[in-house]
Design a protein around this ligand. Structure first.
Ligand code: NAI
Ligand code: OAA
Length: 364
């Protein structure tokens, strides 16, 4: 038996669709009220240049996503400037910002932090190498390591930015043995982004179409920016970057490498201060990929504790190509290394061994 006249059927269907739509909107509204727990992010050197560029990025969701509330802890020895940064953060009325702590006390700063961005220290000036700021900065990392170990969340993820970044991270690891070595990294993402940008400029394509460059080694002028596995997006698939250069064009083996290696020094020369905006942005990229995962088929460069992969001595903090999933990084294994790359990768490893010895001589 028919319940409805043919004329009534479309009206009933329309009514049902309307009610379902209302119900979905209601459920969506309820779900939206269950917001995520805030993540506590520490920034050391927060009154400095990188800190000043970085904290608003974090508070806007550029690091952990637009639906992730954050509490920002800021540590610096320059208490007045630090308080001014706090005032500005409050004045910005960031919807995701759930709290701000500005302190000169390292224990208070580290309390309960889930992510620690370590940018406190002195930057190099024109004419200096990054290891020239070694003695001052490694002692900071020695003393802050134990505060992190004692007061941060047990699974806190640490990113060391201050130079010499790889060796500071190694010192932090040595003096915070309770923090898993998988949770201590250093920043080479700025170099990685610089390498992508150089290729995109050279080939006159958008930077998002280039991927899988690698920064091997130290965040110093011995780093090896390697484009031999990099690809660009083409209409149907991908093409190796190397195939886009004529056989006799040695740009990828010469100018590309030196430009990326020297980009930090070039910025200092022109700006009279080291890179801050691009460094802060690279920090967000590093943590976002580590926490939320790298896109399928894409790797990024991170300074991590060497497990001996690619013949790099274990126990160095060395930049490798990594992919990230479920909050963990893994080194991309099995890439072919030719003699040209081998020599450059080993030279950077040798420099890191020397820096380790130098750092220890500053500390003991
Ligand atoms: N890994 C990378 O890609 C990059 C690393 N860097 C390095 O990052 C570091 C920070 O650079 P900027 O922000 O430009 O320098 P900056 O001098 O503007 O800021 C550093 C801040 O650290 C603070 N500070 C000094 N000692 C401290 C301590 N014991 N505890 C807490 N804070 C302390 C200073 O008061 C200052 O506010 C430098 O070492 C620089 O060389 C810079 C750019 C890129
Ligand atoms: O070069 C410096 O000293 C600052 C830095 O690390 C960079 O810009 O890569």
């Amino acid at each position: 038996m028919e319940y409805f006249q043919p004329i009534e059927k479309p009206l009933v269907l329309l009514g049902c669709a309307y009610l379902s739509w209302k119900m979905i909107r209601h459920i969506w509204g309820v779900l939206k009220t269950f917001e995520k727990e805030p993540v506590t992010v520490l920034v050391t050197g927060a009154a400095g240049q990188i800190g000043y560029a970085l904290v608003p990025m974090i508070a806007r969701g550029a690091m952990l996503g637009g639906d992730q509330p954050v509490i920002i802890h800021m540590l610096d020895v320059a208490s007045e400037s630090l308080n001014a940064v706090k005032m500005e953060l409050i004045d910005s009325a960031f919807p995701l910002l759930r709290g701000v702590v500005a302190t000169t006390d390292v224990s208070e700063a580290c309390q309960g932090v889930n992510i620690a961005i370590m940018a406190g220290g002195i930057p190099r000036r024109e004419g200096m190498e990054r290891k020239d700021v070694m003695s001052k900065n490694v002692s900071i990392y020695k003393s802050q390591a134990s505060a992190l170990q004692q007061h941060a969340a047990p699974d806190c993820k640490v990113l060391v930015v201050a130079n010499p970044a790889n060796t500071n991270a190694l010192i932090l690891r040595e003096f915070a043995p309770a923090i898993s070595e998988k949770n201590i990294t250093c920043l080479t993402r700025l170099d990685h982004n610089r390498a992508l940008a150089q290729i995109s400029e050279k080939l006159d394509i958008h930077v998002s179409e280039v991927k899988n460059v690698i920064i091997w080694g130290n965040h110093s002028s011995t780093q090896y920016p390697d484009a031999s596995h990099a690809t660009v997006k083409i209409e149907r698939g991908e093409k190796r970057v190397a195939e886009l250069f004529a056989d006799d064009d040695k740009w990828l083996q010469t100018e590309f490498i030196t430009t990326v290696q020297q980009r930090g020094a070039e910025i200092i020369k022109v700006r009279k201060q080291s890179s801050a905006l691009s460094a802060a942005s690279a920090v967000c990229d590093h943590i976002r990929d580590w926490v939320l995962g790298t896109p399928k088929g894409t790797w990024v460069s991170m300074g991590v504790y060497s497990d001996g992969s690619y013949g790099i001595p274990p126990g160095l903090m060395y930049s490798f190509p990594v992919t990230c999933k479920n909050g963990e990084w893994s080194i991309v294994e099995g890439l072919k290394i030719d003699a040209f790359s081998r020599e450059k990768m080993d030279a950077s490893a040798r420099e890191l061994i020397e820096e380790k010895v130098l750092a220890n001589s500053c500390l003991y």
